[in-house]
Design a protein around this ligand. Sequence first.
Ligand code: CTP
Ligand code: MN
Ligand code: MN
Length: 514
Amino acid sequence: MSLFDRPALRTLWCFLSPSLLLPTMAQVPRKKKRKDSALSLGGGGPVGAVKFGEAGIFLVERRMGSSRRRFLTELARKKGFRVEGQMSESVTHVVSENNSGDEVLELLEKQNGICGTEFTAALVDITWFTESMGAGKPLQLEKRHRLQDALNILAENAELSENEGPYLAFTRASSVLKSLPYNVTKMDDLKGIPNLGDHSRKLIEEILEGGTCNEVQDLIQNVRYQTLKKFTSIFGVGVKTADKWFKEGLRTLNELRASTIKFTKQQEAGLLYYEDLILPVTKVEADLIKQIIEEAVHRFLPSAIITLTGGFRRGKEYGHDVDFLITHREEGREEGLISKVISWMTAQGIILYDDITDNSYHKWKYKESETFDRFAKCFSIFKLQKMVHNLEPGRTCSHGSLAANETRGIGLAGHAGSPRHLTATAAKDKDWKAVRVDLVVAPFGQYAYALLGWTGSRLFERDLRRYAKHFEHMILNSHSLFDNKQNTFLLAATEEEIFAHLGLDYIPPQERNA
Ligand code: CTP
Ligand code: MN
Ligand code: MN
């Protein structure tokens, strides 16, 4: 399997659209009064106390979708942001996702009857929004965001075209810009900065000079790019499959659903729960899922250790899924655990989809360099009760009662059977949310390596493994570290010990986001 067989380019929710490639603070014309605005969010969303009144946010629904828009609105309001249901004079930030600036302007004009030029609002990308959520306050608009946007779009396109070299080059360049402690306004600001290839520099120069970049503008209008991006956002669909469907003339999810394609079980689940699975998972939801898993695991193995890994361990506030690592101090006790746990949770109605792989480490020759590890694991979809972001006054999360069996009357009977009913799961007001969960079980002796391997980020892991190979002549993977010079495996009980073996200072998870 290659990097590109990854189920989907699931960074979709924080994907950077090129609306920022317009001149910042683009003039958005004034809105005429109109009652039946097609962009209206409706009044009574949950509103926390507004902390940042100066910034008024309007979320553009097109390409974002109504459920995701609603989710993001609730999230932002909870954090004290002012989110307006309709376009108005008090809106300062028009946030859109995967629309060009021109498209947003056209939409505002068509749907909100905007005309005139009496107020200014910045057309910003969803990145500004998610980063502001992460920071807990509205962020200043920086040129750097625009540059990162462009680089990320090109990186994604390279990934969709299976061009690994350019993918890494653009991803690294974007990561470098992100890490700069200052604002980039001219090419001189990038003097002596490593990891910026010629292509990236050319693009940055073009944007710094003219505000836009033709290559990126062309790309987002490109039908293949748009289609593959959409298709690979389905759980279970990689670039090869997406490309095949594209070549067969398919363009939309509904066309897929109506087609005679024979989907895998995973893809069926991906289509069935699509609307939920593209919503970001919050840290609160991750913690709730952790409690559910702890309860289930401890039923079978009371002193098993369960650790949240992946992006959440790196301190991210949102993820596309939730990753867990499970182990037990007495090696061997963890064997067979995963199927028992999944069976039990399935019986409780918590599991909507599961794909269990048994441990196959014994079959593995350590010299084989493989992308994936050989741990027992389960890629699953959980049915999570939605109390978390209902945010109804007085309705709080009561621990231990969040498993799906608490939900009377919500079974899978309605949609488990027929593959041709791969439409959005249920009504929008259903009280549960499908969430992707990865469970990995490691023997205690490999736990530190598994933890390091499953904490990510992908780019960090890749760079760390390359470093080990080229500078230390060691093979690092999620099971072990093999020293070619001494012809021996290096044991480690903690991540700190692994970094020490590699001759590196310890890098805490929060600093592994690059
Ligand atoms: N990983 C792995 N083998 C897989 C899938 C993932 O080793 N089959 C590792 C990767 O190193 C990755 C980490 O597990 O960095 C977490 O993967 P993933 O959930 O895809 O990414 P996150 O970093 O958690 O980001 P997100 O919030 O999008 O989930
Ligand atoms: Mn993850
Ligand atoms: Mn994962």
